[in-house]
Design a protein around this ligand. Structure first.
Ligand code: NAD
Ligand code: ZN
Length: 247
Protein backbone atom coordinates (compact mmCIF):
# COMPACT_ATOMS: atom_id res chain seq x y z
CA UNK A 1 0.00 0.00 0.00
CA UNK A 2 2.98 2.30 0.62
CA UNK A 3 3.94 2.64 -3.05
CA UNK A 4 0.31 3.11 -4.15
CA UNK A 5 -0.16 5.81 -1.50
CA UNK A 6 3.02 7.52 -2.65
CA UNK A 7 1.76 7.66 -6.25
CA UNK A 8 -1.51 9.18 -5.05
CA UNK A 9 0.30 11.63 -2.78
CA UNK A 10 2.55 12.76 -5.64
CA UNK A 11 -0.43 13.22 -7.97
CA UNK A 12 -2.13 15.29 -5.26
CA UNK A 13 0.72 17.68 -4.53
CA UNK A 14 0.47 20.30 -1.78
CA UNK A 15 -2.75 21.91 -2.92
CA UNK A 16 -4.53 19.37 -5.15
CA UNK A 17 -8.13 18.37 -4.54
CA UNK A 18 -9.64 14.93 -4.07
CA UNK A 19 -13.06 13.90 -5.37
CA UNK A 20 -14.47 10.54 -4.31
CA UNK A 21 -17.39 8.68 -5.91
CA UNK A 22 -18.85 5.83 -3.86
CA UNK A 23 -21.39 3.17 -4.78
CA UNK A 24 -23.27 0.36 -3.12
CA UNK A 25 -20.03 -1.63 -2.60
CA UNK A 26 -18.83 0.63 0.22
CA UNK A 27 -21.95 -0.17 2.23
CA UNK A 28 -21.85 -3.91 1.50
CA UNK A 29 -19.64 -4.63 4.54
CA UNK A 30 -22.24 -2.88 6.71
CA UNK A 31 -24.83 -5.42 5.55
CA UNK A 32 -26.67 -3.46 2.84
CA UNK A 33 -27.12 -5.43 -0.39
CA UNK A 34 -25.52 -4.04 -3.50
CA UNK A 35 -27.51 -3.76 -6.68
CA UNK A 36 -26.44 -7.01 -8.21
CA UNK A 37 -25.73 -9.16 -5.14
CA UNK A 38 -27.27 -12.58 -5.49
CA UNK A 39 -29.76 -13.17 -2.72
CA UNK A 40 -29.95 -9.41 -2.13
CA UNK A 41 -33.06 -7.32 -1.77
CA UNK A 42 -32.88 -6.15 -5.36
CA UNK A 43 -32.89 -9.68 -6.76
CA UNK A 44 -36.51 -10.14 -5.74
CA UNK A 45 -37.59 -7.18 -7.86
CA UNK A 46 -37.26 -5.94 -11.41
CA UNK A 47 -35.73 -2.46 -11.31
CA UNK A 48 -38.48 -1.22 -13.66
CA UNK A 49 -41.11 -2.32 -11.11
CA UNK A 50 -39.74 -0.41 -8.12
CA UNK A 51 -37.25 2.29 -9.15
CA UNK A 52 -38.84 4.26 -11.98
CA UNK A 53 -41.41 7.09 -12.09
CA UNK A 54 -43.57 4.83 -14.30
CA UNK A 55 -43.62 2.12 -11.59
CA UNK A 56 -44.67 4.69 -8.99
CA UNK A 57 -47.49 5.91 -11.25
CA UNK A 58 -48.79 2.36 -11.85
CA UNK A 59 -48.23 0.76 -8.43
CA UNK A 60 -47.31 3.36 -5.79
CA UNK A 61 -47.88 1.01 -2.84
CA UNK A 62 -45.37 -1.55 -4.19
CA UNK A 63 -42.78 1.21 -4.69
CA UNK A 64 -43.42 2.78 -1.27
CA UNK A 65 -43.24 -0.68 0.34
CA UNK A 66 -39.89 -1.40 -1.30
CA UNK A 67 -38.36 1.82 0.04
CA UNK A 68 -40.10 1.45 3.43
CA UNK A 69 -38.35 -1.92 3.82
CA UNK A 70 -34.99 -0.44 2.88
CA UNK A 71 -35.50 2.55 5.22
CA UNK A 72 -36.39 0.24 8.13
CA UNK A 73 -33.33 -1.93 7.44
CA UNK A 74 -31.07 1.13 7.41
CA UNK A 75 -31.87 1.65 11.09
CA UNK A 76 -30.33 -1.73 11.89
CA UNK A 77 -26.89 -1.25 10.27
CA UNK A 78 -23.79 0.80 11.10
CA UNK A 79 -21.04 2.57 9.13
CA UNK A 80 -17.92 0.46 8.52
CA UNK A 81 -14.18 1.18 8.42
CA UNK A 82 -14.42 2.26 4.76
CA UNK A 83 -16.93 5.02 5.56
CA UNK A 84 -14.82 6.06 8.57
CA UNK A 85 -11.61 6.18 6.50
CA UNK A 86 -13.24 8.63 4.07
CA UNK A 87 -14.31 10.83 6.98
CA UNK A 88 -10.66 10.82 8.15
CA UNK A 89 -9.51 11.78 4.65
CA UNK A 90 -11.92 14.72 4.74
CA UNK A 91 -10.45 15.76 8.10
CA UNK A 92 -6.97 15.65 6.56
CA UNK A 93 -7.87 17.62 3.42
CA UNK A 94 -10.66 19.94 4.57
CA UNK A 95 -12.11 21.94 1.68
CA UNK A 96 -9.81 20.12 -0.76
CA UNK A 97 -12.15 17.11 -0.42
CA UNK A 98 -15.54 16.31 -1.98
CA UNK A 99 -17.46 13.06 -1.56
CA UNK A 100 -20.13 12.20 -4.13
CA UNK A 101 -22.20 9.15 -3.28
CA UNK A 102 -24.70 7.15 -5.29
CA UNK A 103 -25.86 5.58 -2.06
CA UNK A 104 -29.16 6.56 -0.54
CA UNK A 105 -28.18 5.27 2.90
CA UNK A 106 -26.84 7.69 5.53
CA UNK A 107 -23.72 5.70 6.48
CA UNK A 108 -21.27 8.34 5.19
CA UNK A 109 -23.18 10.98 7.18
CA UNK A 110 -23.07 8.87 10.33
CA UNK A 111 -19.35 8.19 9.88
CA UNK A 112 -18.74 11.95 9.93
CA UNK A 113 -18.49 12.98 6.26
CA UNK A 114 -19.77 16.51 5.74
CA UNK A 115 -18.55 17.64 2.32
CA UNK A 116 -20.98 15.08 0.89
CA UNK A 117 -23.30 15.14 -2.12
CA UNK A 118 -26.05 12.50 -2.27
CA UNK A 119 -26.51 12.43 -6.04
CA UNK A 120 -29.28 9.78 -5.95
CA UNK A 121 -31.20 11.16 -2.96
CA UNK A 122 -31.61 9.95 0.61
CA UNK A 123 -33.75 7.23 2.18
CA UNK A 124 -34.29 9.31 5.31
CA UNK A 125 -36.00 12.10 3.35
CA UNK A 126 -39.38 12.38 1.64
CA UNK A 127 -40.36 14.78 -1.13
CA UNK A 128 -43.70 16.27 -2.03
CA UNK A 129 -44.81 15.02 -5.45
CA UNK A 130 -46.56 18.38 -5.95
CA UNK A 131 -44.46 21.33 -4.73
CA UNK A 132 -41.18 19.43 -4.33
CA UNK A 133 -40.54 20.37 -0.69
CA UNK A 134 -38.08 17.94 0.97
CA UNK A 135 -38.48 16.88 4.61
CA UNK A 136 -36.66 14.54 7.01
CA UNK A 137 -38.53 11.19 7.18
CA UNK A 138 -37.61 8.20 9.36
CA UNK A 139 -40.86 6.19 9.31
CA UNK A 140 -42.72 4.39 6.57
CA UNK A 141 -44.23 6.67 3.91
CA UNK A 142 -47.88 5.76 3.29
CA UNK A 143 -50.11 6.68 0.38
CA UNK A 144 -52.14 8.76 2.84
CA UNK A 145 -49.20 10.95 3.89
CA UNK A 146 -49.74 14.46 2.56
CA UNK A 147 -47.55 17.52 2.13
CA UNK A 148 -48.14 20.11 4.86
CA UNK A 149 -47.85 22.95 2.33
CA UNK A 150 -49.88 21.78 -0.67
CA UNK A 151 -51.56 18.47 0.36
CA UNK A 152 -50.07 16.50 -2.52
CA UNK A 153 -48.72 13.00 -1.82
CA UNK A 154 -45.25 12.33 -0.43
CA UNK A 155 -42.74 10.14 -2.32
CA UNK A 156 -39.27 8.84 -1.39
CA UNK A 157 -36.55 11.46 -1.98
CA UNK A 158 -34.84 9.06 -4.36
CA UNK A 159 -33.64 9.61 -7.92
CA UNK A 160 -35.30 6.87 -9.94
CA UNK A 161 -34.05 5.54 -13.26
CA UNK A 162 -34.98 8.07 -15.94
CA UNK A 163 -34.75 11.02 -13.50
CA UNK A 164 -31.84 13.46 -13.36
CA UNK A 165 -29.48 13.05 -10.40
CA UNK A 166 -28.93 15.96 -8.03
CA UNK A 167 -25.92 18.31 -8.26
CA UNK A 168 -25.23 17.43 -11.92
CA UNK A 169 -25.58 21.04 -13.10
CA UNK A 170 -22.61 22.43 -11.23
CA UNK A 171 -21.23 20.86 -8.05
CA UNK A 172 -20.37 17.40 -9.39
CA UNK A 173 -18.96 18.48 -12.79
CA UNK A 174 -16.90 21.17 -11.02
CA UNK A 175 -15.57 18.65 -8.50
CA UNK A 176 -14.54 16.38 -11.40
CA UNK A 177 -12.86 18.99 -13.58
CA UNK A 178 -11.16 20.52 -10.57
CA UNK A 179 -9.62 17.51 -8.81
CA UNK A 180 -6.07 16.19 -8.96
CA UNK A 181 -7.12 12.75 -7.71
CA UNK A 182 -10.43 10.91 -8.20
CA UNK A 183 -11.45 7.72 -6.42
CA UNK A 184 -14.21 5.43 -7.66
CA UNK A 185 -15.08 3.11 -4.77
CA UNK A 186 -17.46 0.13 -4.76
CA UNK A 187 -19.32 1.02 -7.92
CA UNK A 188 -19.86 -1.23 -10.92
CA UNK A 189 -19.96 1.68 -13.35
CA UNK A 190 -23.27 0.52 -14.80
CA UNK A 191 -25.38 3.52 -13.78
CA UNK A 192 -25.45 6.70 -15.89
CA UNK A 193 -24.34 9.49 -15.38
CA UNK A 194 -22.20 8.46 -12.37
CA UNK A 195 -20.27 6.20 -14.73
CA UNK A 196 -19.15 9.22 -16.81
CA UNK A 197 -17.42 11.06 -13.96
CA UNK A 198 -14.05 9.27 -14.17
CA UNK A 199 -13.90 10.15 -17.88
CA UNK A 200 -14.53 13.82 -17.05
CA UNK A 201 -11.66 13.70 -14.56
CA UNK A 202 -9.34 12.04 -17.11
CA UNK A 203 -10.25 14.66 -19.72
CA UNK A 204 -9.23 17.37 -17.23
CA UNK A 205 -5.90 15.63 -16.48
CA UNK A 206 -6.74 14.10 -13.09
CA UNK A 207 -5.33 10.85 -11.64
CA UNK A 208 -8.01 8.15 -11.28
CA UNK A 209 -8.03 5.37 -8.70
CA UNK A 210 -10.50 2.48 -8.52
CA UNK A 211 -11.19 0.58 -5.30
CA UNK A 212 -13.28 -2.54 -5.91
CA UNK A 213 -13.43 -6.25 -5.15
CA UNK A 214 -12.90 -6.95 -8.83
CA UNK A 215 -12.21 -5.33 -12.17
CA UNK A 216 -15.18 -3.44 -13.64
CA UNK A 217 -16.03 -2.67 -17.25
CA UNK A 218 -14.50 0.78 -16.71
CA UNK A 219 -11.27 -0.46 -15.15
CA UNK A 220 -9.24 0.56 -18.21
CA UNK A 221 -9.84 4.24 -17.43
CA UNK A 222 -8.08 4.11 -14.07
CA UNK A 223 -4.42 4.94 -13.45
CA UNK A 224 -4.36 2.74 -10.36
CA UNK A 225 -6.53 -0.14 -9.20
CA UNK A 226 -6.75 -1.29 -5.61
CA UNK A 227 -8.45 -4.67 -5.53
CA UNK A 228 -10.02 -5.67 -2.25
CA UNK A 229 -12.69 -4.74 0.27
CA UNK A 230 -13.18 -1.01 0.72
CA UNK A 231 -13.37 -1.54 4.50
CA UNK A 232 -9.85 -2.98 4.49
CA UNK A 233 -8.18 -1.04 1.67
CA UNK A 234 -9.29 2.48 2.59
CA UNK A 235 -8.10 2.56 6.24
CA UNK A 236 -4.62 1.39 5.14
CA UNK A 237 -4.49 3.90 2.31
CA UNK A 238 -5.67 6.84 4.42
CA UNK A 239 -3.16 6.00 7.17
CA UNK A 240 -0.35 6.06 4.57
CA UNK A 241 -1.60 9.40 3.19
CA UNK A 242 -1.72 10.82 6.73
CA UNK A 243 1.87 9.68 7.33
CA UNK A 244 3.08 11.17 4.04
CA UNK A 245 1.33 14.48 4.77
CA UNK A 246 2.93 14.74 8.22
CA UNK A 247 6.43 13.64 7.14
P1 NAD B 1 -23.57 -1.99 -7.92
O1 NAD B 1 -24.35 -2.88 -7.01
O2 NAD B 1 -23.91 -1.96 -9.35
O3 NAD B 1 -22.04 -2.41 -7.82
C1 NAD B 1 -21.43 -2.60 -6.57
C2 NAD B 1 -19.93 -2.69 -6.82
O4 NAD B 1 -19.29 -2.76 -5.56
C3 NAD B 1 -19.50 -3.93 -7.63
O5 NAD B 1 -18.61 -3.51 -8.64
C4 NAD B 1 -18.79 -4.81 -6.57
O6 NAD B 1 -17.70 -5.53 -7.13
C5 NAD B 1 -18.30 -3.75 -5.59
N1 NAD B 1 -18.16 -4.22 -4.21
C6 NAD B 1 -18.96 -5.06 -3.52
N2 NAD B 1 -18.54 -5.19 -2.25
C7 NAD B 1 -17.43 -4.40 -2.13
C8 NAD B 1 -16.55 -4.11 -1.06
N3 NAD B 1 -16.71 -4.66 0.15
N4 NAD B 1 -15.53 -3.25 -1.30
C9 NAD B 1 -15.34 -2.70 -2.53
N5 NAD B 1 -16.15 -2.94 -3.57
C10 NAD B 1 -17.19 -3.78 -3.38
O7 NAD B 1 -23.60 -0.56 -7.25
P2 NAD B 1 -23.59 0.92 -7.87
O8 NAD B 1 -22.56 1.01 -8.94
O9 NAD B 1 -23.54 1.83 -6.70
O10 NAD B 1 -25.01 1.06 -8.56
C11 NAD B 1 -26.15 0.74 -7.79
C12 NAD B 1 -27.27 1.75 -7.85
O11 NAD B 1 -28.26 1.34 -6.90
C13 NAD B 1 -26.86 3.13 -7.43
O12 NAD B 1 -27.56 4.00 -8.23
C14 NAD B 1 -27.34 3.29 -5.98
O13 NAD B 1 -28.03 4.52 -5.81
C15 NAD B 1 -28.36 2.19 -5.78
N6 NAD B 1 -28.10 1.37 -4.56
C16 NAD B 1 -27.78 2.02 -3.39
C17 NAD B 1 -27.49 1.27 -2.24
C18 NAD B 1 -27.16 2.01 -0.95
O14 NAD B 1 -27.60 3.14 -0.76
N7 NAD B 1 -26.36 1.42 -0.03
C19 NAD B 1 -27.53 -0.12 -2.29
C20 NAD B 1 -27.88 -0.75 -3.51
C21 NAD B 1 -28.14 0.02 -4.63
ZN1 ZN C 1 -46.20 20.12 -1.42
Amino acid sequence: MKSEATRIYEALGDSGKVTVLTGAGISAESGISTFRDSGGLWEQYEIEDVATPEAYAVNPSLVQGFYNTRRAHLGTVQPNDGHRALARLEELLGDRFTLVTQNVDDLHDRAGSRRLLHMHGELYKARCAGCGVVVEWRDDISLDDRCESCSASMRPHIVWFGETPFYMEKEIPDACSDCAVFFSIGTSGMVYPANTLALKVKAAGGFCVEVNLEKTTDSGIFDLQLEGKAGETLPLLVTELENLTRS
